[in-house]
Design a protein around this ligand. Structure first.
Ligand code: ACM
Ligand code: ZN
Length: 491
């Protein structure tokens, strides 16, 4: 019998016999190293395996010969041994076991060796278009980590809401976190923000699961919520409102106003305080330049820094924001538009580029020496798209199949040195149409499982037909965990 672990491990060698630990109702005791990770596993399994069976055990050992994320599992008749290079490897090994616990029954004895293909296996949730509860975000991070997803990219700001409290700029949340819900008569106000305690809670919850939380504040476009709170930051001075429509808007931060950098500095200080990740995502997508073309302050700025075209101001801003972050010990990530720079203000090489308008941005970025994360909306990474071409399916813009999530190749048509700059890939869920966590789950699953296997498993071990078979077993695990999922065709 196949072990049905998702993502597929690097190797599984079958051994004689089977282990019946999980026919028992109790979670075995877990001894040795990695007790932090063991305690998380116990908490995760508590709902399924209430009583503890002291007569059976799992033994854990740190093994310096293994990479930080690597693990091995020896599933014998009488005992299970886990070896790992570090806490993250141990965690991944425990999650592979947890998948087997979730199915119950006996487990064929085996020796499993495992380690990831890519280091960045990300998922982005847009919490700006609609607000999601702390409980939902934690549930999601937990189930993502069950599949070795290790980055939670938290889209915290956009035209329709600002979710991050910044002490120096209280109106960002007082005004910027609320908007009118235009779909409903009576135009109720919706929104919310995350308190510092909420953020610390989520970051610690993720860290215990070896998931890094990377915050995004989208600058200088997608800024309506900032402008509604601080109208002086815009070229026209307003009036502005937190957007209650979805789309791309002309009002962006005024490139001629130094106050936008004071605001960015305060925002970055807040992020530095709350997020241990070495990365801060600064957005940079879909900036419209019309306001900059007409604004006297922006024209003055342009002349002052020796640029000609207003659009070049974006690269001047990006370079400035990236260097502000570098001074604070953080590395900037931007959407692939940040690459369309001015020859005068060239993006520093260490800035990472997230390729979303297809893969071309990422390919161009590696040619210029930038680290890249692949999230092409053309190849299975945009989970706001419909699962299949069926009018009954929820979603926007296009179709993005499970098969595409399985087959997107982050290093296609790259040289070895270019491919070495690819950190990995990511799926994104934009939430214009996703007003509830249950709908989000339906859009995420099972595409993220296909994507997790795509990012983790070596190419020669990937097989979509085998994946599809494993999915029939794995779907029941998601049901047990209370996760909604799409069940239609995969291609
Ligand atoms: C994006 O999808 N606007 C990055
Ligand atoms: Zn301006």
């Amino acid at each position: 019998m196949h072990h049905t672990i998702i993502p597929e491990p690097v190797s599984i060698q079958a051994r004689d016999g089977s282990n019946d630990y999980f026919d028992y109702k109790g979670l075995p005791s877990i001894e040795g190293d990695f007790q932090h990770e063991a305690s998380v596993l116990k908490a995760q399994c508590a709902a399924q395996l209430a009583a503890r069976d002291e007569t059976r055990n799992i033994v854990c050992k740190k093994d310096e010969a293994l990479g930080a994320e690597a693990y091995t599992l020896d599933i014998g008749r009488e005992r299970i041994e886990l070896r790992a290079g570090g806490g993250s490897g141990a965690y991944h090994g425990f999650q592979s076991l947890r998948q087997l616990f979730l199915s119950g029954g006996t487990i064929p004895c085996a020796h499993i060796e495992d380690a990831p293909r890519f280091g960045w296996r990300g998922f982005m949730l847009d919490t700006a278009r609609y607000f999601y509860s702390v409980a939902f975000i934690k549930k999601l991070i937990d189930v993502l980590s069950l599949h070795h997803i290790n980055v939670f990219h938290w889209h915290l700001t956009d035209d329709q809401g600002w979710r991050l409290p910044v002490p120096e700029y209280p109106l960002l949340v007082e005004i910027g976190s609320k908007r009118v819900e235009r779909r409903l008569s009576g135009a109720p106000t919706v929104g919310g923000f995350y308190t510092e305690d909420d953020i610390r809670d989520i970051v610690a919850f993720a860290a215990a699961r070896h998931v890094e939380v990377v915050p995004e504040v989208d600058l200088p476009g997608h800024a309506s919520a900032i402008l509604a709170a601080y109208p002086g930051m815009g070229c026209t001075g307003g009036p502005y409102r937190v957007e209650d429509r979805f789309g791309i808007f002309e009002d962006v931060l005024c490139a001629g106003n130094d106050a936008i950098f004071e605001l960015a500095d305060a925002v970055f200080n807040t992020l530095v305080r709350l997020f241990p990740s070495s990365y801060v995502h600064i957005g940079g997508d879909e900036v419209r330049f019309n306001r900059w073309e007409r604004c006297p302050k922006c024209k003055k700025r342009l002349a002052g820094i020796g640029l000609e075209k207003p659009r070049e101001l974006q690269s001047w801003i990006t370079v400035k924001l990236a260097s502000m972050l570098a001074e604070k010990g953080k590395t900037a990530i931007g959407w692939d538009e940040v690459l369309e720079d001015s020859p005068r203000y060239v993006l520093p090489k260490e800035v990472a580029v997230m390729s979303w308008r297809g893969a071309d941005g990422g390919k161009a970025a590696v040619k210029r020496g930038h680290p890249v994360i692949m999230a092409p909306n053309t190849e299975g990474c945009y989970l706001d798209f419909r699962h299949c071409d069926d009018a009954e399916e929820p979603g926007q813009w296009g179709v993005s199949t499970v098969y595409q999530s399985y087959t997107m190749d982050p290093v296609a048509k790259m040289s070895e040195s270019e491919a070495a700059l690819v950190m990995g890939g990511q799926c994104n869920l934009w939430s214009e149409l996703i007003y509830a966590g249950k709908i989000a789950e339906y859009m995420i699953f099972p595409r993220i499982l296909a994507f997790a296997e795509n990012m983790w498993t070596p190419q020669h071990r990937k097989d979509f037909n085998v994946f599809a078979q494993k999915l029939t077993v794995h779907r029941q695990r998601l049901d047990t965990l209370g996760i909604a999922q799409y069940r239609g065709r995969l291609k």
